[in-house]
Design a protein around this ligand. Sequence first.
Ligand code: CTP
Length: 402
Amino acid sequence: MLKGKTVVLGVCGGIAAYKAVEVVSRLVKCGAAVHVIMTAAAAQFVTPLTFREISGQPVYTTMWEEPKLWNVEHIALARRADLFVIAPATANMIGKIANGIADDFLSTTVMATTAPVLIVPAMNTEMYLSAATQTNLKILADRGFHLMKPESGPLACGTAGIGRLPEPAAIVGQVAAHFAIAKSLQGVRLLVTAGGTREAIDPVRYIGNRSSGKMGYAIAAVAAERGAEVTLISGPVALAAPSGVTRISVESALEMRDAVLAAFPTVDIVIKAAAVADYRPEVVADQKIKKQSASMTIDLIKNPDILAELGSSKSGQFLVGFAAETQELAKNATEKLCRKNLDMLVANDVTQAGAGFESETNIVKVFYQDGFSEQLPQMSKRELAAVLLDRVQQQRSKIDRN
Ligand code: CTP
């Protein structure tokens, strides 16, 4: 996995900096080219010479050195990286990256890279759990940075708790896992729907729902990072299109249906995370409806079930549906999976705290065509997106084998 890969390792000033030496040693033994950047504080704990000897490469500690090569070194390193790792990452460096501060070689290079970045924090428990660090880590997770959780145990400050740098073997394992999945969807065409639809009542009013689009957007982003060609058909949401994704914006269920049916024959996987309105007003008023009597009635007619249409006409596409339930989750999910001819169904009980619409996290149970189901723990929508894509990939390779 690591042969021929270029890893840039940023080392910050913490006692765990000595463990980064073993990280470099293991990466080099696995065939990676490792370029080390140290902060000034890191150089107080371990000498640059140690990293230079272990990596066999020059070590970068300051912006102001005589250049070793005739190019802008931090930009050259930022471009050369297949993966950027920061281990140990201090609260200070995490804060700088999250807030766009670039005042030393490491923070400048991280800002200039388009490579994926893995951040491995290590610090005192209270610093790690502080609102500032947790907010900064969340900002980074939302921006697509990969985070590794510190371990619990005795700390250099004499206390015990969460904050220890994971063992070098675990960090290298995470790096290898990254390269294993990095391009695992290369050549695969994926269609994702996201957000809620708006069903017009008159020129100024509509019937909508609470879908934020976050789940579908997270799936689109992670799939693109894994190399898939992603088309995102989205209802109106307040989110930017993830990089590398083609977004088609729609409003109503009927517009979403047209866009989905047009793309369907050319894709391999469809993930329908959108919250499509089941009904729409039968008549859309041309002019704004004026208030008159004490009550009013709007007649609604059923929208086509896009997912069911795909299920009845699929020819080799892997079809994933979502189900938002408030009761009898397993029964309803199994029935939906079967009725809509799906390969996988992701069901959540939207009455649970930390699940469903507008929430930052989700708690879902995944149902498979072969009758199995799997309860997943509460996790961020981005983490869940990665797990769901893992499952889609596993299921598709099972189908290929049979
Ligand atoms: N869906 C769709 N077209 C619709 C309604 C829903 O494609 N008109 C899709 C959604 O994108 C989602 C799945 O169907 O993937 C489940 O939506 P949900 O509203 O939970 O289920 P319904 O089938 O509409 O059933 P019910 O509302 O009775 O629970």
